[in-house]
Design a binder for this molecule. Structure first.
Ligand code: SF4
Length: 303
């Protein structure tokens, strides 16, 4: 955030448009509620979330202040972290889902655990298991390394990952076998549509289950609906957050005349960016605390 004195006289008649909905989805609200409940039920035990409960540093810090810690190390897998932790620590699995192998480690080490997996992710896992049981080939579209994708693919070694960042190697798949396709819940539906069209062209016998969750879809549609004359679009959210990243992509794709920036908080607002902008739009990822976005909106409206 810069001092507004320099720019106050040149930023005039600026309106602020807020996308609706924005901010927390039900999966995030639920995960935070579970974490807080676990801590309140076990006030004297160490409580730790395996990985980021939701992909937002602000949320992680707030939980930490309440004595709920985050087990996260970019150089270590969740398995390694679980194998190292003191077994007296109560573990909470994040909203993104987790593999059964992680529960097995907890059971073997007598670690008490709670599950904050979003029901939308659980539904995806059930669909994958069902398709495999029926003998179908399963292709999962997601971002390699994202915890939801890691958890979904870990269900069964037969699942073929189609990484959205890489070109799909069709040699990995049997193009004639009945094939079931589903995806990480937080992808961009514009991007996913193109991938689905390609799969339909290549596979003979394919069922595509588009599993972008409604929270993600509504937030993306709200960004698409930003008035075309908006000159600047701020998407509030963490760089770790897949759904925030996708909102930025959708905004850039659909509002080519606007400058689009992801911002973590009010400190990322540069007054020089506001000059000459009649309409500024603000959206937020599903893991962004609503107070953070409200603060930014109030600040922009005051200028
Ligand atoms: S973005 Fe969707 S799938 Fe992910 S936690 Fe939120 S509601 Fe659940």
């Amino acid at each position: 955030m810069q001092s507004c004195f320099t720019y106050a006289r040149i930023i005039v008649d600026m309106n602020v448009y807020v996308t609706n909905p924005h901010g927390y989805c039900m999966g995030v609200v639920n995960a935070i509620k579970i974490a807080e409940q676990v801590k309140s039920d076990h006030p004297h035990s160490p409580v730790a979330i395996l990985g980021m409960l939701v992909h937002n540093e602000e949320v992680i810090q707030r939980l930490q202040k309440k004595g709920i810690f985050t087990l996260y190390d970019t150089n270590k897998s969740h398995k390694e972290l679980l194998q190292e932790i003191n077994p007296s620590t109560i573990i909470i699995f994040s909203a993104h889902g987790h593999g059964k192998d992680l529960e097995d480690i907890c059971n073997a080490r007598n670690i008490v655990y709670y599950d904050a997996t979003c029901s939308r992710v659980t539904k995806n896992h059930d669909l994958i298991r069902q398709a495999l049981k029926e003998g179908q080939q399963v292709i999962f579209i997601g971002k390699k390394g994202h915890p939801e994708t890691t958890a979904s693919v870990s269900i069964d070694s037969r699942i073929i990952l189609l990484d959205i960042k890489e070109r799909f190697d069709y040699h990995k798949a049997d193009l004639l076998k009945p094939t079931f396709v589903l995806n990480q819940t937080t992808l961009s539906f514009l991007e996913l549509k193109a991938i689905h069209q390609e799969l339909e062209r290549i596979f003979d016998n394919i069922v595509i289950n588009e599993e972008i969750c409604s929270a993600t879809r509504l937030r993306q549609q709200a960004v698409i609906d930003i008035p075309a004359h908006a000159g600047l679009i701020y998407i509030v959210g963490s760089s770790y957050s897949s759904n925030t990243e996708k909102l930025v992509e959708v905004a850039k794709k659909t509002h080519k005349n606007a400058n689009v920036y992801r911002i973590d908080n009010i400190d990322d607002i540069h007054h020089s960016d506001l000059v000459g902008k009649k309409l500024i739009a603000v959206g937020a990822g599903a893991s962004t605390p609503p107070e953070l976005t409200e603060e930014i909106i109030a600040y922009l409206r005051k200028i």
